[in-house]
Design a binder for this molecule. Sequence first.
Ligand code: UN1
Length: 499
Amino acid sequence: MSAETTLAALGLSSADLTGGTLTVTSPIDGSVLGQLHETPTSEMEAILAKSKAAFKAWRTVPAPRRGELIRLLGEELRAAKDDLGALVSWEAGKITSEGLGEVQEMIDICDFAVGLSRQLYGLTIASERPGHRMMETWHPTGPVGVISAFNFPVAVWSWNAALALVCGNPVIWKPSEKTPLTALACHNIFGRALERFGDAPEGLLHTLIGGADLGKALVASEDVPVISATGSTRMGRAVAPIVAERFGKCILELGGNNAMIVGPSADLEMAVRAIVFSAVGTAGQRCTTLRRLIAHNSIKDELVARLKKAYAGLPIGNPLTDGTLIGPLVDEASGAAMTAALEGAKAEGGTVFGGNRVTEGVPAAGVYMEPAIVEMPAQTKTVKTETFAPILYVLGYDDFAEAIDLQNDVPQGLSSCVFTLNMREAEQFLTAAGSDCGIANVNIGPSGAEIGGAFGGEKETGGGRESGSDAWKAYMRRQTNTVNYSDELPLAQGVKFDI
Ligand code: UN1
């Protein structure tokens, strides 16, 4: 299907797509997908006021009723899955199956959030005073600002929006300026859910189209108590101090530098499949992409040989063509960053396989790169830096403790895994002295997490958790309640204060 047909099916008219100042191009072939109207920064004040007003109404709607809105959103996403998935491919360059997978992730989080809307539980706590009861109540916080990146242009919004909305908060969304079309499409899909819902307050979702100024205004606003930001560590370093200054709360999901340790007992056949998917899938542009392979020296050469064989046959090209596994990088700057990282690795003693630009058999004007495998003598500066491209650095080790040290010795702490059939190694990897990441897996790769678990990581990854488990708590404020149902007024800690 053409981009035009897909955009029309998602309710984007030529008025939406023409006459504006933000040019959106497809990474597939450089074609212009639209000239979008940007949200003027001068409108931010009114947007914040509308969002605050929406909050006042939405916070008093019973949570299970709020869940009904997300149930409808899930239904609308099911109906729009093929179109939205295709638009993700057009705008972010993902292969068809990964575009659809991203929309499935949205549907999954909606289902999760519907259940959650009846489970926003607090604890009851034993009071030390007779005739008293203590409990915790979770309340909505206010508008939630969501800043999302180009590489998961719709799923990351949905993780945040589905939870924020059932928790009773409106959402103000600042998508990447590289992927505003998928954002507008989601805005329309949400609009359909709102229409069917009937009586939701106006202004539950605002979508800001444009550049960094809008993001800055959102981050600085005292009317936005929670900012959830996904993107580079550089972006997080800019956002976090501004939010901290005004005592707002941040949910940060920043850079990763994810590793796999492959032990001598590993099922190499399975490891190869996991490595290839997690290192080259989404052309290396997931925050969970496998970037470092730490292989036991007894199997390293064999593993690398098998990987090179697999890499040599990988279909690179138009992501919308059946059978393609590697689509384009998002833009020329990403291609240049990949080439620069490979040069840096070479200068540090690395041996590079692949990594060249592909120009034959791919659409002109797209940045198509062969994925690279780089054998490194040590964990150098280049290896410790996240480059958002399909580069896999390979390091060897002799004992398991050394492998864990290498895995942890990078500034980032998102995802990690071990391939081993040795239960001692597997269990050790998951202990306090094992992986220091937010995600640690055994016999699966570091990417492609399910929505049911909390998603995020430590150190430069920012410490935030989104999506499943109890990540919802970051979108609510906790209140401790003590109720006295006696006719006495005992003080805690045995304090006497008779008057
Ligand atoms: C991201 O790249 O920002 O675990 C999110 C994964 C996906 C989410 C990635 N479920 O790879």
